[in-house]
Design a binder for this molecule. Structure first.
Ligand SMILES: Cc1cc2nc3c(=O)[nH]c(=O)nc-3n(C[C@H](O)[C@H](O)[C@H](O)COP(=O)(O)OP(=O)(O)OC[C@H]3O[C@@H](n4cnc5c(N)ncnc54)[C@H](O)[C@@H]3O)c2cc1C
Length: 257
């Protein structure tokens, strides 16, 4: 990527592309993975960690983060069903292979900074694993020996996903560690328990010149940013992607206008 890597500028031109659902499966009881094949308007060039605005028929558009690495043929998304959610419920129960999806973007400034070659501390909550997967896989492909710590927060074991995938990556990369953390385990568990941001923040001390990438529920992302800041990580080295709902986005937009 050329040009400045700043939060003020989107690194790629905006595009509107038409896709077809090439695959859909369940990652957990409430998270679907959808794979999109671009039919018209491509290529869709983005940086790892960015998101797009997805349109499913007449439903209002929603933001979802790309989970695949840039340049791969299929676009991958992880979409968690929200109880009363209109779009996430459509994806969970009605979306089928072959359906059309429109996509606009790429958006977002919490993308992988290519010029930084140092350690990465990545923190994901729930389907926040989507952009973090893209970031971690892209970073490992570019610099396989760099130190990367991925902390994945979920409530209980049934909310974890891609554990085998990331464990296999960790077995192939000596300095990549994958740590699932459960906040509300049911019964005994072999996984770490507690708040993912607290477990992750402890790892920061051993990672000089690190950058942190955070994604998932806004409360978790805010708590993680505050903890990392309190431990001395500069704001410019914290790249955060809170998954605000449309209602939260409207409140924030009104507050800044
Ligand atoms: C930058 C960005 C990236 C995102 N990436 C992803 C992603 O990769 N995967 C993903 O699953 N989601 C992601 N989201 C969230 C996504 O855009 C939608 O907000 C979410 O899917 C809910 O949409 P909906 O139409 O189903 O619910 P809506 O119809 O918008 O909401 C229905 C009701 O549910 C409430 N609600 C909405 N969201 C939540 C929530 N999280 N918790 C509790 N109540 C809620 C609303 O306030 C409303 O009352 C992202 C959001 C942003 C801003």
């Amino acid at each position: 990527m050329s040009g400045p890597e700043t939060d003020a500028i989107l690194p790629h031109p905006q595009r509107r592309v038409l896709c077809r659902v090439a695959g859909i499966d369940a990652l957990t009881h409430d998270i679907r993975r959808i794979l999109l094949a671009i039919e018209r308007g491509g290529p869709f060039v983005f940086s790892a960690g960015q998101f797009a605005s997805l349109g499913f028929g007449a439903l209002p558009p929603r933001d979802y983060s790309m989970a695949n690495r840039p340049g791969e043929r299929l676009l991958e998304f992880h979409i968690r069903r929200i109880g009363a959610g209109s779009v996430s419920a459509h994806v969970a129960s009605r979306l089928r292979r072959g359906d059309r999806v429109s996509l606009a973007g790429p958006l977002g400034t919490a993308y992988l900074r290519d010029r930084h070659a140092g350690p990465i501390l990545a923190i994901a909550g729930g389907s926040g694993l989507a952009p973090i997967k893209s970031i971690v896989e892209t970073a490992l492909a570019r610099r396989p020996a760099r130190p990367i710590r991925l902390y994945f927060g979920a409530r209980e074991e049934r909310d974890l996903y891609l554990v085998e995938h990331f464990s296999a990556l960790a077995s192939r990369h000596a300095d990549f560690r994958f740590v699932p953390v459960l906040s509300k385990p049911r019964g005994a568990t072999a996984y770490r328990t507690g708040l993912v941001q607290e477990e992750a923040a402890e790892a920061l001390a051993a990672l000089a010149d690190a950058k942190a990438y955070l994604a998932g529920p806004p409360a978790m992302v805010q708590a993680a940013s505050a903890l990392l800041g309190a431990q001395g990580l500069a704001e410019a080295d914290i790249h955060a992607d809170p998954f605000y709902s449309e209602a939260e986005k409207a409140v924030r937009a009104a507050a800044t206008s």
